[in-house]
Design a binder for this molecule. Structure first.
Ligand code: SAH
Length: 252
């Protein structure tokens, strides 16, 4: 049996209770060493066999899993953040299906959630934006043409850019070409959200490139864009006395 587990964004206590329990029973642990907190390895039993996937190909990962399966062992495949975003789960799941190896997936706290927590805010501010676009700039990994950053930027919605801190010039240009954000639209760079070395840098679309350059940040960071970063929202209907909900009659 293989358990894919989201490790959370960094802080070791942001893994889920279920994820931690699965780690405690792992015979084989394959972890994404570049972004997952090594403190989590301490949860695995002393005799657990540990492999850092940063050094492995997909084929090598699958070979380790096949070997573990043949020995009747339980494998935990630990990915950073949540398993549903930029984790290369898909190709592993396919390879396991083909081989008839059963697996399940335990989600984790994504870095985009930890970044909003670091900012003490939310992406969906009434009257400002009710949508979050999660995307990345095209780099060595291509992005489908219909999802080009320029076209996504035409919405002016809240945006979280993964894997793009090293592509700031491209990001800045595409954000402006979209036509909905301006040079003054607020941006934030959140580096290593929830880690002790977390940094939050506030800037604007205009100063995004210089901000990243001056901070020397190329990776392990999210670029957030949108007016949600400014305190310009309306109050929510959910807690408005004049608004009835399924649980509460309007009182004013
Ligand atoms: N599945 C992960 C994303 C993995 S892709 C998740 O849900 O968060 C790796 C990218 O995620 C990094 O390049 C960076 O853009 C972002 N990232 C991961 N952890 C981060 C953190 N703690 N703080 C900021 N960005 C992070």
């Amino acid at each position: 049996m293989v358990h894919f587990v989201g490790a959370g964004p960094g802080a070791a206590d942001l893994i889920t209770l279920r994820g931690a329990e699965l780690l405690r029973h792992a015979d084989v642990l394959i972890w994404a060493g570049s972004l997952v907190n090594p403190e989590l390895l301490a949860l695995a039993p002393a005799q657990c066999e540990v492999h850092d996937s940063a050094r492995l190909t997909l084929e090598a990962v699958i070979a380790l899993i096949e070997r573990a399966e043949a020995a009747g062992k339980t494998t935990v495949r630990l990915h950073s953040g949540d398993t549903s975003l930029y984790g290369a789960i898909y190709e592993q799941a396919e390879a396991l299906r083909v081989r008839g190896i059963s697996f399940d997936v335990t989600p984790g706290v994504s870095s985009f959630s930890a970044a909003a927590a670091a900012l003490g805010t939310e992406y969906t501010v009434p009257g400002v934006s009710q949508s979050l676009i999660i995307t990345r700039a095209a780099g060595r990994t291509p992005v489908p043409e219909r999802e080009a950053l320029k076209s996504l930027a035409a919405h002016g919605a809240s945006m979280a850019l993964f894997l793009s801190a090293g592509l700031a010039e491209h990001v800045q240009r595409a954000l402006l070409e979209g036509g909905a954000y301006t040079e003054d639209t607020p941006c934030a760079v959140v580096y290593k959200a929830s880690w002790p070395e977390e940094r939050v840098l506030h800037c604007s679309v205009k100063t995004l490139v210089s901000t990243l350059e001056e901070a020397g940040i190329q990776n392990s960071a999210l670029i957030l864009v949108g007016d949600f970063l400014e305190d310009a929202g309306e109050r929510s209907r959910l807690y408005d006395p004049a608004f009835s909900t399924g649980y509460r009659e309007a009182s004013a």
